[in-house]
Each structure stands twice: as C-alpha cells, then as structure tokens.
Ligand binder design. Structure first.
Ligand SMILES: *[C@@H]1O[C@H](CO)[C@@H](O)[C@H](O)[C@H]1NC(C)=O
Ligand SMILES: *[C@@H]1O[C@H](CO)[C@@H](O)[C@H](O)[C@H]1NC(C)=O
Ligand SMILES: *[C@@H]1O[C@H](CO)[C@@H](O)[C@H](O)[C@H]1NC(C)=O
Ligand SMILES: *[C@@H]1O[C@H](CO)[C@@H](O)[C@H](O)[C@H]1NC(C)=O
Ligand SMILES: *[C@@H]1O[C@H](CO)[C@@H](O)[C@H](O)[C@H]1NC(C)=O
Ligand SMILES: *[C@@H]1O[C@H](CO)[C@@H](O)[C@H](O)[C@H]1NC(C)=O
Ligand SMILES: *[C@@H]1O[C@H](CO)[C@@H](O)[C@H](O)[C@H]1NC(C)=O
Ligand SMILES: *[C@@H]1O[C@H](CO)[C@@H](O)[C@H](O)[C@H]1NC(C)=O
Ligand SMILES: *[C@@H]1O[C@H](CO)[C@@H](O)[C@H](O)[C@H]1NC(C)=O
Length: 372
C-alpha cells in the first residue's frame, strides 16, 4: 500500500498503487470533482495541426495553429513534404477543434517542442476522416518520441470504428520524462509506401512531479504476485488506458484539477449490472492533507460503489470491473478511496479484499484506518 493518502476531517480517503504484469487478458481497475485548478502546468501547449492562427475550442481553451509555428520547423525537408487539409466531415465531431483540420503526409514528419525538463502529458488527437485525396482507410502509421514508440502501425480508422465511440475521434494520452536540454520531438511515420500519417491536435502539458512516476526517495509500490517493489523511473513512458470515475458521472478535461484529464463512468466495465452505486454525497468535505489536492477531482471521491450492508449478500460475490488490455505490458493500477457511507463509522466497520487479475493485492483494505 502506498504511503500517500488523501484524508478528510471526518472521512478518510486515499490513493493506493498497484503494479501488475499481465501476460493474458486481464482485468484492471483504475478509479478516479470539481475545485479551482489546484495544479498549473508550466508547459501548456495545445497545437491545432493543419491550421494557422489561434482557435478557441468549445471549452474555451485556445489552440494555436501549427502552420508557421515554432513547433513545426518548415526548414526540415521532411516536413516540407507534408500537407494541411480540412476533413471531409463524417460526423459532427469533425467540426470540433482540433478535429477540423489535420497535418498529413505520405512521408515522415516531425514536431519539435522546446519544453522545460520534467514529466509531461502528451496527448494526440485524431479524427480519421478522408482528407482530399487521402482516403480514410490508408492512414496507417507510427508515432515516436526519443526512444519510445508511442503508436505502432496505428490504423486510425479501424480503431475509431472498433471503439464503439460514436464520436469517431481518437485521443491517446502518454507520459514521458524530458531531461535537461532535451527537446520533445514527435515523429509521425507512415507504415509503408501506400499509407499516410496524420494528426489533428497535439497537447503537451507538464505533469506534477511524482504523480505517476516514483519519487527518488520512494522505494516503490507492490508488483502484484512478486516479492520486489516496482518503480516507475524517468526512463519509462506510460500510456493511459482507462481513467474511471466509479459510480459517478463523466468528468471533462476542464473539470479536472488542471491537468485536463478526462474521467469516464464505470458502468460499462462492471461484470454485473446489479452493483448499485452509493448515492453521490455532494456535502462531504474533502480535506487533502497527505496527498496533493490535484491528485483527482473531488467528484471522484464523492461517488462510489459498495457491496451493500447485508453481510450474507456482501460475502457472496465480488464487485468486479473488467478492462481489456494488451498483453506484454506492465500496468499501473491506481485506486482512489473515500469512505463516506454514513453507516461506516468505526475503524473496523469495513475491511475488504482486493483482487487484481485474480491475484490478491490486499488482504485487509481498511480505508478508515489508512486515512488516519
Ligand atoms: C479470473 O478468473 C475468472 C474466473 O475463473 C476467469 O474467467 C478469468 O479469465 C480470470 N482472469 C484472469 C486475468 O486470469
Ligand atoms: C495565440 O495564443 C497564444 C497563446 O495563448 C498567444 O501567445 C498568441 O499571442 C496568440 N496569437 C495570436 C495571433 O492571437
Ligand atoms: C494554458 O494556456 C492557455 C492559453 O493557450 C490558457 O488559456 C490556459 O489558462 C492555460 N492553462 C493553464 C492551466 O495554465
Ligand atoms: C525524474 O525527473 C524529475 C524531473 O526531471 C526529477 O525531479 C526527478 O528527481 C527524477 N527522478 C528520479 C528518480 O531521478
Ligand atoms: C529532436 O530533433 C532535433 C532536430 O532534428 C534533434 O537535434 C534532437 O536531437 C532531437 N531530440 C531528441 C530528444 O530526439
Ligand atoms: C454526506 O456526508 C455528510 C458528511 O460526512 C453526512 O453528514 C451526510 O449524512 C451524508 N449524506 C448522505 C446522504 O449520506
Ligand atoms: C440479508 O440477505 C439475506 C438473503 O437475501 C436475507 O435472508 C436476510 O434477511 C438479509 N438480512 C438482513 C439483515 O436484511
Ligand atoms: C458487509 O456488511 C457488513 C454488515 O453490515 C458490514 O459490516 C461490512 O462492512 C460490509 N462489507 C463490505 C465490503 O461492504
Ligand atoms: C472473488 O475473486 C477471487 C479472485 O478471483 C476468488 O478467489 C474468489 O473465489 C471470488 N469470490 C467470490 C465470492 O466469487
């Protein structure tokens, strides 16, 4: 159990970290308000690819065009071969910034972001539509930054169609660390001579240090099923798979704590639909003392699901979420807790097991105790 907690005057809350290595299909649980932005990123770049000048998105954020911007050096001969285009609209989402325009090319092109050293969110926005002579199905490409391949043979149209998301748009979020005097380069490379690469929007945002990366003075956190602790060091890149607000509503990027993360509802990941959420308690006062207030929006802690207060029933089943993920990667699972059910008062009123991928992550989770 991680030693960083969120606590309230009455109701303790905390964040626990677990690491799992998955070789097959597995379940992963991640959980995740509103408050004045507790975090202000130093680097805050929103680039509208294929556009010039500034545009304002519906949430009020300003996106700067990449045409003639410092981030897309035109002197590079590779970059000169790329084109800008407006999508042949296929859904109403194609009218939203940054999805209206794209930069595309049948050869590689590179963005260069001079950023401060430190950990960054890198968000890539794609709207797989047809752009002039560039046919939707031919967009197959890779995206690299430094030593990391963020996307490999990424077939944007297939992914958009398979997502079940009616918006047809794709957002991929990564975290990378940038060392002193290093620049953040993003190179888009078509997979073969018949394909092309494109991108609609790029967002680069500083992360609070040690939000997901392990602080240098920290030994790490449990690796499920192994003896050794696990560390996420600066040489690691992360990709966001799921960010879930259990029992609550979607939380939009502008409602996040300043990091512009989005949080989705959990209902589609529950294995059974009988798991009813607790009523959202909007009056609980959260008081962040052990973890920074930017960790998650307050609404994340104000909604929950429980197993009910009938002992016979709550011992007879597991409250389970199922997330499909790719094999061959390590997965970081962050669980956010806030014990706000009025019946739970004493220290040992609720003690429970946590299984991740059918392995025991916690034999006696006790939010009241850990939050003290
Ligand atoms: C967990 O156990 C269930 C039931 O036995 C099984 O269907 C599922 O595949 C297992 N999941 C993993 C990740 O091993
Ligand atoms: C575009 O927005 C950026 C960032 O907000 C600002 O620095 C710049 O002056 C704006 N450019 C124009 C032409 O308005
Ligand atoms: C990020 O920059 C935009 C201008 O592009 C500004 O409106 C916004 O307030 C900044 N956000 C943060 C959290 O600093
Ligand atoms: C990782 O990089 C950050 C910022 O660049 C730095 O503050 C931190 O100390 C580094 N962590 C480790 C474990 O070296
Ligand atoms: C980024 O690209 C520039 C120009 O091509 C190059 O000089 C620099 O070494 C690259 N940086 C990284 C971290 O790849
Ligand atoms: C919400 O939380 C407050 C403070 O803990 C408590 O007094 C109140 O009874 C709770 N309301 C509900 C509906 O659970
Ligand atoms: C708990 O549930 C069981 C099975 O449905 C039922 O027989 C029992 O009466 C319930 N207990 C209480 C205290 O409601
Ligand atoms: C199950 O019900 C009992 C009796 O009401 C309660 O003490 C316990 O905290 C509940 N367990 C969970 C995991 O909610
Ligand atoms: C809950 O899940 C664990 C791990 O997969 C399993 O060992 C246990 O039998 C399950 N319990 C119930 C009541 O289904």
């Amino acid at each position: 159990m991680d030693n960083t907690y969120l606590s309230t005057t009455l109701r303790p809350c905390l964040t626990a970290l677990y690491f799992v290595l998955f070789l097959h299909h597995l379940s992963k649980t991640v959980e995740g308000g509103d408050s004045p932005s507790p975090y202000t990123p130093v680097d805050n770049i929103t680039l509208n690819c294929g556009s010039s000048g500034n545009s304002t998105a519906i949430d009020g954020r300003t996106w700067i065009g990449d045409v003639n911007s410092n981030f897309f050096p035109p002197e590079s001969s590779q970059n000169q071969a790329s084109l800008t285009a407006t999508a042949v609209k296929q859904s109403s989402y194609g009218t939203r910034i940054p999805y209206t325009t794209a930069r595309l090319s049948d050869s590689a092109f590179t963005y260069i972001f001079p950023v401060t050293p430190g950990q960054k969110f890198v968000r890539l926005y794609f709207y797989p539509a047809s752009y002039g002579n560039f046919v939707r199905s031919k967009a197959i490409f890779s995206v690299k930054t430094g030593p990391f391949t963020l996307l490999s043979n990424f077939i944007a149209s297939v992914i958009a169609d398979a997502d079940g998301d009616p918006s047809d748009t794709i957002l991929r979020e990564f975290c990378v660390n940038i060392e002193e005097d290093e620049r953040l380069n993003l190179t888009f490379t078509p997979s073969d001579s018949n394909s092309f690469a494109f991108v609609n929007g790029i967002e680069i945002l500083s992360m609070p240090p040690n939000l997901y990366y392990t602080p240098s003075n920290d030994e790490g956190f449990p690796f499920i099923g192994q003896q050794n602790l696990y560390r996420i060091d600066n040489g690691t890149a992360l990709e966001m798979e799921y960010r879930i607000n259990v029992g609550g509503n979607p939380i939009t990027p502008s409602e996040d704590t300043g990091m512009f993360r989005s949080w989705s509802p959990d209902s589609m990941y529950l294995t059974e639909d009988r798991f009813s959420p607790l009523p959202i308690n909007t009056t609980i006062e959260l008081h962040f003392t052990k973890i920074p207030a930017y960790t998650a929006p307050q609404d994340v802690y104000r909604s929950a699901r429980t197993m009910g207060m009938n002992k016979t029933i709550n011992k007879s089943y597991n409250l389970t979420w199922e997330f499909s993920v790719d094999s061959g990667f390590d997965y970081l699972v962050r669980l956010h807790f806030c014990e706000f059910q009025p019946e739970i008062i004493a220290m040992h009123d609720r003690v429970f097991l946590i299984f991740i991928a059918n392995q025991t992550a916690e034999t006696a989770a006790n939010v009241m105790k850990l939050g003290r």
